[in-house]
Ligand binder design. Sequence first.
Ligand code: NAG
Ligand code: NAG
Ligand code: NAG
Length: 830
Amino acid sequence: MASYYSPQPKFYYYYSSLIILCLSTLLFRINSQPAPRNISLGSSLTAGAASKDYWLSPSGEFAFGFQQVAGSSANGFLLAIWYNKIAQKTIVWSANRNELVSSGSTVKLTKDGSLMLADPSGRQIWGPNGVGAGVSYGALFDTGNFVLANRNAAVLWGSFDQPTDTILPTQIVKRGTELISKYSSTNYSTGRFKFTLQNDGNLVAYTTFYPQTGSNFPYWAGNIAGNSVNFNKSGYRVMFNQSGLVYLMAKNETVLSYPLGTDGESTQDFFQRATMDFDGVFRKYLYPKSNTSSGGSGWAMRWNTQAIQPPNICTSVRGLFGGGACGVNSYCHMESGREENAASPSCKCPPRYVFMDPSDESKGCMKNFASHDCRAESNGSGDDQFDIMEIPSTNWPDFFYDQLESQTEGMCRQACLSDCLCDVAIFFGGFCWKKRMPLTNGRMEEGASVKALIKVGRSNSSSLAYPRKKDESSLKLTGGLLIGSSVFLNLLLLSTTLLFFSWWRRNNKRGQLHPTSSVNLLSFSYSQLESATGGFKEVLGRGASATVYKGILQNVGETITIAVKKMDKLWGVEEGEDDNREFTTEVKVIAGTNHKNLVKLVGVCSEGKNHLLVYEYMSNGSLASLLFKADPRPNWYTRAQIAISVARGLVYLHEECSTQIIHCDIKPQNILLDESLTAKISDFGLAKLLKVEQTRTMTAIRGTKGYVAPEWFRNMAITTKVDVYSFGVVLLELVCCRRGFEMEGYEEEEMVLVDWAHECYGDRMVGRLVEKDEEAMKDLVKVERFVKIGLWCVQEDPCLRPEMKKVVHMLEGAVEVSVPPSPASYINTV
Ligand SMILES: *[C@@H]1O[C@H](CO)[C@@H](O)[C@H](O)[C@H]1NC(C)=O
Ligand SMILES: *[C@@H]1O[C@H](CO)[C@@H](O)[C@H](O)[C@H]1NC(C)=O
Ligand SMILES: *[C@@H]1O[C@H](CO)[C@@H](O)[C@H](O)[C@H]1NC(C)=O
């Protein structure tokens, strides 16, 4: 059952959808849309007319006409379409957002069939583009689409073709369409963000070059054209259908993705809209139709992290140009609601800074004190005139002019205080980065251990104390999370963004699509990692192209354990590619992921030929060591949990992150366990992320014998189903606590686990697979279910294998598992 969430009581509200749904069943429903009253040629509307002057849709849900914009200076009017049955008269489309018209302006459907907005002097302000000849009437439909049609009722133009910032159910967004946000909650002119289905099939959110609307930096993408699965499946149009679902479709009508999640509500019960909001967040909104007369409280956001994209705008926006999600020198903070991701961002000034324009916070902040003047150095050090104030969990990640290592916080404070150039020092893990204004892309991430030490003019007033009241409550919230996890996890959970600028710049050519969301990486130098690992001494694991070492970062009063993966072979050499670019692309994809069942990448080092990745350290090692070596082996319950966790991680890689990622090497060695035995997939994407070109040209098999799907050997397209196959093998290994292939101590028919499992299942004897496992023997129903799922996953025909999402549902017991087909020849191929 859906629930709804209200971060701002004034505007949103909270209610029980159950009651609404019950109420709404009592209401009269319009099943077929009546044809709208025709607006004949020669009709017109006048702004500011005494009588209510607008054209209504048949049901009266929508109106087309003039709306006076609240707060506009010279009685500005918008020619708009709005929801007319609700108190807020929410505007969903407008014609003249950048040029409001005054009272007395008219919109006219002229005798010769053109629609024209003119100011009181008769000057044309706006007219629709691309209307063919032969308009014989206009009409406003109950969908909210205002159309111009010819004698045969063929639509020649519709407001749906030229959306502003909102799409409505039944609306189709074609390639090349842009939704441009409003400037602010009350100002309808074009703002700083856009959402577009590009001509190349990508669905992307950008910051704009405000006040122009050109695309600046992408910060979210709903699909990547030419993702590793199928080039042809790039986006063709976005639909918002009457079940309330927004989805991206390919030309052949297959659904590629649901940018706002897969939960929808019927348009019979709810007014709905999806809006690119002024804060850069694309949101779906609902308004119960049953609640309009009783002075309903307003639009509700769907309480679902997926119905709000990107989930955290503060950390997603990170362009080279512009101030970030908020303006320069300010920082962006997602106000936590009940669910962090459903919150709205707010822009804040550092202490003793003020908004440059109090009526427009997006313009950023400025000092409310005299700057540290270098010429006045002789008058005394900064100590006398300035203080350092701490802004917890806050960072301006780009541009530093000096970096100090092995610092205590006190040293870092002093370093900034006594440096006349320094406006703020960012302190993290013994590093101290000195930065100057303008500070960009500022963000506060609750719980992050990074801190900003900002230099402020000394004042006698006691108001200098930075207010902490709000933060205390939020700290408590994260505190709960942090207890019971290591210091290092604290670091990782809400880690910080400190990516070396030049590295960033090198890899972010403008105009290219690289969703930069959550690139929260630290940049290390080779020597730092060399010393952290004691000269690469303690080996945690070795792979085909890399070795993983244990390392320790010394911080003041704490040590942080890390896993450092050092690549010993250049990437992409067989493809003849520039290894460095390959590396950074991979890193970006990995860094864009964030899921509790994926090992988190913390930082990178890219220095000449040295490429290293820094991961969170997993104290319980790999599943392989746990399952095949350690004694005692994990119990049945734990194994089942691990299976579900791994499956969830794969669902995320396959379906939920902005780029589809095929792991290609799922095996117990690549599944790591933290101290609470939570499974996390590691090595994802790294050197195994398939590019489109590679699906055909590749000869070398990627993956590990025993876990690789048969299509690798058959020159077939590689899809996410290769991971499903590997997962199937791992699942059977988890059930049986043994390797997929084992000779010692096994009868011949038992050696190949997949075979053996099939035989046991066919004989209705799954108990034989877990003979020595008392717990599992008592839970044979579940064992059988898991075995069946495993057998589905290892089907030779990739099409027969279920999607990972279905696998999760089956593992959890939410859906029935049918009888898997008999095995084909997969045994011979592996
Ligand atoms: C909306 O904001 C823009 C940019 O600040 C400004 O130029 C314009 O006058 C504003 N419009 C209204 C109606 O306040
Ligand atoms: C509107 O005009 C068209 C074309 O003249 C006609 O076919 C249609 O019946 C009219 N609809 C209404 C509701 O008058
Ligand atoms: C809306 O789309 C979803 C998913 O494609 C589909 O299941 C549903 O039937 C559609 N609803 C309508 C009313 O077309």
